[in-house]
Design a protein around this ligand. Sequence first.
Ligand SMILES: NC(=O)c1ccc[n+]([C@@H]2O[C@H](COP(=O)([O-])OP(=O)(O)OC[C@H]3O[C@@H](n4cnc5c(N)ncnc54)[C@H](O)[C@@H]3O)[C@@H](O)[C@H]2O)c1
Length: 241
Amino acid sequence: MADTRVVPGLAGKTAVVTGGMSGIGRACVELLQASGATVHVADRDGSPSVDVTDRASLDALAARVGPTLDVLVNAAGILPPNTTIDGITKEDARRAYEVNVLGTLQACQVFGDRLKAAQGAIVNIASQAALVSLPAQGAYTATKGAVAALTRSIAIDWAEFGVRANSVCPGFTITAMTEPFLENEVFVTAAKRRAPLNRLLDASEVAGAIVFLASPLASGVTGVTLPVDAGWTAGEPALPW
Ligand SMILES: NC(=O)c1ccc[n+]([C@@H]2O[C@H](COP(=O)([O-])OP(=O)(O)OC[C@H]3O[C@@H](n4cnc5c(N)ncnc54)[C@H](O)[C@@H]3O)[C@@H](O)[C@H]2O)c1
């Protein structure tokens, strides 16, 4: 069902959403569009295909976007195979870093001048794994910690141009990325129990926080790392007392 919520201050604005064909990125596209923004999707599964690790395809997208850009959401990301630290291959770790960290950095660089011209806003999607570790996901966890740290650096370096940069840390959200985990009932029960709100998240709930940070409602907010995780990183919910 299309998102019918409207976030104020986004009508007539231009946005780019990487990873906008699926899951959290797709939900951002829908909320931005419902709020009156023109949205360009940058996704390897999009048409035309845009790979955030490929400078030429990002440059081609930038040419289509025009001279200014108000909002950049970096939601493109990949999850390497589950393995404990001993089993992480350099290839998997490198590929995850390439997409999750360097892809985010590259999109910010390609659109930097346009964002400065518009005093725009960047929202990068990190993960709860940027704040607390998840088992058997060392390579992914390292990339998401880096996304949160990189976002703070962007916030500092581009503050003088009026560009804001924030990151959002989703908890377990129902998307194509988590589908294999969510088919496992034991996993789902454990994941829900670990979150104080005792549930998984819907992509539209994560998009709500992302689009808020991208909007003028958050005009005083830059450099924050915002968990949207049903309370996962607040603490352990179920100790007896
Ligand atoms: N789903 C969750 O529980 C969860 C939790 C925390 C963080 N995240 C993060 O949220 C973001 C979105 O994840 P999702 O769950 O919506 O996943 P998803 O798999 O549904 O969507 C990811 C999208 O990114 C695109 N993509 C991947 N590599 C790309 C590349 N090189 N260039 C361009 N596009 C590329 C894919 O085609 C896909 O459309 C990711 O950064 C992910 O790490 C997700």
